[in-house]
Design a protein around this ligand. Structure first.
Ligand SMILES: *[C@@H]1O[C@H](CO)[C@@H](O)[C@H](O)[C@H]1NC(C)=O
Ligand SMILES: *[C@@H]1O[C@H](CO)[C@@H](O)[C@H](O)[C@H]1NC(C)=O
Ligand SMILES: *[C@@H]1O[C@H](CO)[C@@H](O)[C@H](O)[C@H]1NC(C)=O
Length: 489
């Protein structure tokens, strides 16, 4: 990817990213227009309050039609002024990372699961799992052929006779100092292996697996599923001839990360809202004739300015968007083209994933393509309503498909969605073959799309989570939620 030079191309960013739209400052046409819109919206708001009073207080206009109208109007109002729903944007500087206490309870849950599974240790190399249990990932420690492992073993608190988690790190000896700089909560010891040693044997020795203790017979050692296969072979080799089984971690271990805590949801909400605000910001700077690469660079800058990390977008214009993951060309935006942005970024290690398919004020979108856009919007709405605690992921996928009439249904070629968290794509997956059942704390994308090759591609994506009431709530809700038209991302 072309690296964007913020200094040289700073003009692309004018005006600077403004998240707090202050309707009363400045005297440009734009700000006068904003003031006018603000006053109108305020007036509308008061009118709606009055109507609401008449409705609730005096019982006039009882019925769902009014309530829906009121809700939609409020939503429009908040969309124009995202500041009013989330007074602390950009939340990226105020939402706290995962606390030490939460890391402690994750480690303890793992230790307890290991006891139940008759396992002596869980071993992971830097990645999403070490981020979850140990607060570091392969961003902090690049993978190489030399193993660095987070090792969690169940221990016993002798006083209270309860299970505790014991956290160790296996590190190359010459990198031990750097390994100690990782902020790993509750780490108890660093096991160092020298260049001439077998790191797997060093780890096994330190964990006491070579002891003649008969209680070790038939125990399990679990290796993280995403660890590279040669680590698995390494432990198998080191433990050859010993009655200890080495295998990948089972479901009971992997699912510990699937259900998001409140702290995780707060981080993910912020990441999603900030990503959406960055897309809206770039949308306002776009012009016909610009290239996909140019818009992509503007997005990278906007995502990093708003305080997110690892930000990037697929940016596809016109028929290029019919290939869900891009075409490799660098198309210029034509007047009849939609522009599709599929953006991801992280906050405290948690990913956002937001897709918008937009048009410019001067675009001339055909009614056929607008119709496609509306159908995708409908599919997203339907899927969101269907995504509830206890629903089968595959039936949610099916509900989204039902929104398309025969002429379009063959073009929804992609699954409806995927789980999201410390990995951009994780369990549960929402597709026609999924066996997952949606549960409290699950977070996942809802991203229907229509891909007509050579012609048009439309995808709308917001991530949602299953909240306390059992219904799904958009992670973008605080910034106004889903797109309501190609001109209002
Ligand atoms: C309007 O919003 C309220 C509060 O969020 C909700 O209880 C109600 O069901 C909504 N009504 C409709 C028709 O969407
Ligand atoms: C997790 O690591 C980050 C830096 O990577 C650090 O700022 C934070 O304090 C650590 N959290 C805990 C609970 O140690
Ligand atoms: C500790 O707890 C385990 C099971 O939880 C029990 O089998 C064992 O007898 C207890 N030991 C003591 C010393 O209380």
């Amino acid at each position: 990817m072309v690296q964007f030079d913020a200094e040289k191309k700073g003009n692309l960013l004018e005006p600077q990213l403004q998240l707090h739209e202050d309707p009363n400052s400045g005297s440009t046409d734009a700000s006068r227009r904003t003031t006018r819109r603000y006053n109108m919206a305020l007036l509308l708001h008061y009118l709606l309050c009055l109507v609401f009073f008449l409705h609730v207080g005096l019982g006039i206009g009882k019925g769902p039609a009014f309530s829906k109208y009121y809700n939609d109007s409020m939503k429009k109002f908040f969309r124009a002024y995202p500041t009013y729903t989330s007074p602390v944007h950009p939340c990226t500087s105020t939402v706290p990372p995962i606390s030490e206490k939460e890391f402690g309870s994750r480690q303890l849950s793992l230790a307890k699961a290991l006891v139940v599974l008759n396992a002596e240790a869980y071993i992971a190399e830097p990645g999403a799992q070490t981020q979850f249990f140990g607060n570091f990932s392969n961003v902090d420690w690049k993978l190489s052929e030399r193993p660095l492992f987070l090792i969690i073993t169940p221990g016993q608190n002798p006083v209270e006779n309860t299970t505790v988690a014991e956290v160790s790190v296996l590190t190359p000896k010459f990198e031990a100092t750097r390994a100690r700089l990782l902020n790993i909560p509750f780490v108890k010891r660093y096991i160092e292996w020298a260049e001439e040693e077998d790191p797997y044997a060093v780890a096994a020795e330190a964990l006491g697996l070579f002891s003649k203790d008969s209680s070790l017979k038939g125990k399990n050692i679990f290796i993280d599923n995403s660890a590279r296969h040669f680590h698995y072979d390494g432990f198998k080799g080191a433990l050859a001839g010993i009655d200890i089984s080495v295998s990948s971690a089972p479901f009971q271990v992997n699912q510990l990360r699937e259900h998001k805590s409140n702290a995780e949801i707060e981080i993910m909400k912020c990441a999603s809202e900030a990503t959406l605000l960055a897309i809206r910001h770039v949308h306002k700077q776009m012009r016909l004739g610009m290239r996909e690469s140019e818009a992509r660079n503007m997005m990278s800058v906007a995502l990093s300015q708003i305080g997110l990390s690892q930000g990037g977008c697929l940016t596809l214009f016109g028929e290029n968007a019919a290939l869900p993951h891009g075409s490799g060309t660098d198309k210029a935006l034509g007047p009849t083209d939609f522009a599709l942005f599929d953006c991801t970024a992280t906050l405290h290690g948690y990913w956002s994933d937001v897709t918008r398919t937009v048009a410019l004020p001067s675009s001339q979108i055909s009614s056929r393509h607008l119709n496609v856009w509306r159908s995708v919007e409908q599919a997203q709405n339907w899927a969101k309503l269907a995504a509830r605690e206890g629903a089968n992921a595959r039936s949610v996928d099916k509900t989204a498909r039902a929104a398309f009439l025969d002429d379009l249904s063959g073009y929804f070629t992609h699954r409806l969605g995927h789980g999201i968290g410390l990995e951009g794509h994780e369990q549960p997956y929402l597709n026609g073959g999924s066996k997952a059942v949606l549960q409290h704390g699950h977070a996942f994308s809802i991203e229907p799309g229509i891909y007509i090759e050579g012609e048009v591609g439309v995808r709308l994506e917001d991530c949602a989570y299953i909240g306390d009431q059992g219904n799904s709530i958009y992670l973008t809700e605080g910034a106004g939620g889903p797109s309501t038209s190609p001109w209002e991302p």
